[in-house]
Structures are given as structure tokens and as C-alpha cells.
Design a protein around this ligand. Structure first.
Ligand SMILES: *Cc1c(COP(=O)(O)O)cnc(C)c1O
Length: 379
């Protein structure tokens, strides 16, 4: 089945009790049992909920996987993956990734004895150099948040296969419309469904998709034991979001191309981070593993003084100054003080995330209006 058809039909079966086309929001905590142990497969809503199950099925279908699991946030999904590990186990992670992932790894899990080694994964050799018998997981983000670095998923999968460790890819920035890591050899795909999957800035949610049944059973066990499940209303919203993912992503990509080039040609802009430029470092791999370049763009101004950066950040009208991304409306963000403030400054600078970096989540408004808004702010 082609992508557009999958997005609309994934997980959708008419409700058996009424024929309702949309899966109802099963707003219930528990289910009546006929006799002790005799039930319809639904006992308690932390473990089973039909609205959530429909969404989990949709997650699996759109990521070309067998199983999907929904979580109450993206970080809750990441948390579940790390709970597969034991003290002493090592994780190799990207040195440029979502600030909340970095915080979860270093501030929460390090004290339980899980060891995190952050390397520049855009050079696969760096992974080869630190991988050992203790490595149980490689955690990738591509494109990365916020520097849009690209890592070759298939090349990393070839390494993790040889070492018998898991590869999990945070696919939030690309969305399943642009990239499917399981097809490239990853074991688990993670999404912050808060972003492109939900698509309307109205829900916090996360998901995992995988093919291996034993891995699915372990992660389902963690999901129900730790309890970070999304409510049925949120599941309904994300299911609805997925139905338009392909049309939204097409427009995000079109607007992204126009705005990236406009920024690059602007004399006040020093550097634009976007994987669609033919001379960008990750272009060849991005072209190979993605079907487009998305709507996330970061840039630096030539005058990167705090005053000027703050002035631009506060001068846009269509681009709202806010954290998050992937919604229909455009957002502007200052990673150093907002989304990535949890990464120590020294660490950030070392990895190329400057104090002046500005990140855009280009929405699906008219591109000319968006450019005019940026032009007034930067100009
Ligand atoms: C937002 C985000 C997360 C965290 O997801 P939440 O839904 O906010 O918990 C993880 N990874 C990336 C790339 C993100 O953008």
C-alpha cells in the first residue's frame, strides 16, 4: 500500500459494537468481567484500551513495523527503552540530540549505573571506536535537533548487528513520511508524537515501533508496569493527526525548501542548517535515506549578539516564540535558552550549538507570508 493510503487507513476498523467509522474514545478505567478471569480481553485500561490499541496499530503500519506502543510522552517512550537495560550496560548516543533525551540519560539513568557515551554519530567510525561487549544500545537521532546533522542509519545498523546490540532511532524530525528506520535495519523507532504525528500542537505523546516479538513483549511489560500510557482522548487526537500526515508533510517540505534558500541568500544570515543543501555535509545520506528534507531549519545571524538574536526572536508574528515543533503553525525557538537549556553550555558549544542559534519549525501556512514575516524580523 502507498504512503498516503496507509496514513488514512492505518489502524482504522469500524467499531464492532456500532459500526462507527472513527474509533470511539473509550474513556474508561476498567471493564466488567463475566466471572473471575473471564473477560473480553480487556481487564484494566493501563494494560488495554481499544482507542490506544487502534493507534498502536496505526503506529506500526506507518513505520513499516509489526508492533506499536503508545506512551504518555516522547520522553516516556525513551525511558521505556532505557529500562530494557541493567546497571553496567553501556549506551552509545549522539552528541547532538534533543535536550530532554540528554537530561533523561545523564540526570536520571546514569545514577542507576547505565553508562552513556556521547559521540558524533555522523562519523560512523566514532561508534566503532567506543562499541564494546558492554554496549547494549545505540541511540540515534537523524536529522538531529537542532543542528540537522545526518547519520547513516543503515551503516550504524550493520555495526549493531555484528555486536548484537539494539539500535533505536528517534525519528521525530523526519516523521514516517520521510524516513523509516526499521527498513534501514534499526530495531526500534521512537517518536515524540507530540510533533509531526499529532501535528496540531494539542497533545503530548510518544511511541515506539518494532518488529521483534520478544522485544515487543519486553517493552509492553515495561509500558504496563511503569504505567506511562496516554489517555484515550490523546490517542484519538494522534490518530486523527496521522490521517493528514502526508499532506501536511508535503507542505512542510515545500515551505522548508523555500525558506531555507531564502535564509541562505539573506545577507544578514551567516549560516543555515538544513540537510537539503547539496553542499551540506549530510546531503548524500539524507538523499538516500529520506524522501524529503522536512520543515526544520536552524540558522545563525552574522550579528549574533544576544541583543540582536533576542530582537529577531521577539519580532516575528506568524512564527510564534515557543518550544516544540511539527505543528501546522510556524514556531521560532532559541535552543540555548529553551529546548536545549538542560545541556551544559560547555557541552553545547563543543558540539556546535552556539548561543546565537535560532531554530524554525516551518508550518504549513503560505510560504510567502512566512518569508515576509522573517524578512521584517531579520531585516
Ligand atoms: C520533543 C522531542 C522529544 C521528547 O518528546 P516529548 O513528547 O516532548 O516528551 C524527543 N525527541 C525529539 C527529537 C523531540 O523533538
Amino acid at each position: 500500500m502507498k504512503l498516503a493510503t496507509k496514513m488514512i487507513h492505518a489502524g482504522m476498523e469500524p467499531d464492532p459494537s456500532t459500526g462507527s467509522v472513527m474509533i470511539p474514545i473509550y474513556q474508561t478505567s476498567t471493564y466488567v468481567q463475566e466471572a473471575p478471569g473471564k473477560n473480553k480481553g480487556y481487564e484494566y485500561a493501563r494494560s488495554q484500551n481499544p482507542t490506544r490499541f487502534a493507534l498502536e496499530e496505526a503506529f506500526a503500519i506507518i513505520e513499516n513495523g509489526k508492533y506499536g506502543l503508545a506512551f504518555s510522552s516522547g520522553v516516556a517512550a525513551t525511558d521505556a527503552v532505557i529500562k530494557l537495560l541493567s546497571p553496567g550496560d553501556e549506551v552509545i548516543a549522539a552528541n547532538d540530540m534533543y535536550g530532554g533525551t540528554y537530561r533523561l540519560f545523564t540526570k536520571v539513568f546514569e545514577k542507576f549505573g547505565v553508562v552513556f557515551k556521547c559521540v558524533d554519530t555522523t562519523n560512523v567510525e566514532n561508534i566503532v571506536n567506543v562499541i564494546s561487549a558492554k554496549t547494549k544500545l545505540v541511540w540515534l537521532e537523524t536529522p538531529t535537533n537542532p543542528l540537522m546533522n545526518i547519520t547513516d542509519i543503515a551503516a550504524v545498523a550493520a555495526i549493531t548487528k555484528v555486536h548484537g546490540c539494539l539500535l533505536c532511532v528517534d525519528n521525530t524530525f523526519a516523521s514516517p513520511y520521510l524516513q523509516n528506520p526499521l527498513d534501514l535495519g534499526a530495531d526500534i523507532v521512537m517518536h515524540s508524537a507530540t510533533k509531526y504525528l499529532g501535528g496540531h500542537s494539542d497533545v503530548i505523546q510518544g511511541c515506539l515501533v518494532m518488529n521483534d516479538t520478544a522485544l515487543r513483549d519486553q517493552l509492553y511489560f515495561i509500558q504496563k508496569s511503569c504505567g506511562a500510557v496516554p489517555g484515550p482522548q490523546d490517542c484519538f487526537l494522534v490518530l486523527r493527526g496521522i490521517k493528514t500526515l502526508h499532506v501536511r508533510m508535503q507542505r512542510h517540505c515545500e515551505n522548508g525548501i523555500k525558506i531555507a534558500h531564502w535564509l541562505r541568500n539573506n545577507p544578514k544570515v551567516a549560516k543555515v542548517y538544513w540537510p537539503g543543501f547539496e553542499d551540506s555535509k549530510g546531503y548524500a545520506i539524507a538523499k538516500q535515506q529520506m524522501r524529503g528534507f522536512g520543515g526544520m531549519i536552524s540558522f545563525e545571524l552574522k550579528d549574533d549578539s544576544i541583543a540582536e538574536v533576542n530582537r529577531v526572536l521577539s519580532s516575528t508574528h506568524l512564527f510564534s516564540l515557543a518550544e516544540s515543533l511539527g505543528g501546522v503553525e510556524s514556531l521560532i525557538n532559541h535552543p540555548a535558552t529553551m529546548t536545549h537549556a538542560s545541556i551544559p553550555r560547555e557541552e553545547r558549544i563543543k558540539n556546535g550549538l552556539s548561543d546565537g542559534l535560532i531554530r524554525l519549525s516551518v508550518g504549513i501556512e503560505d510560504a510567502d507570508d512566512l518569508i515576509e514575516d522573517l524578512n521584517k524580523a531579520i531585516g
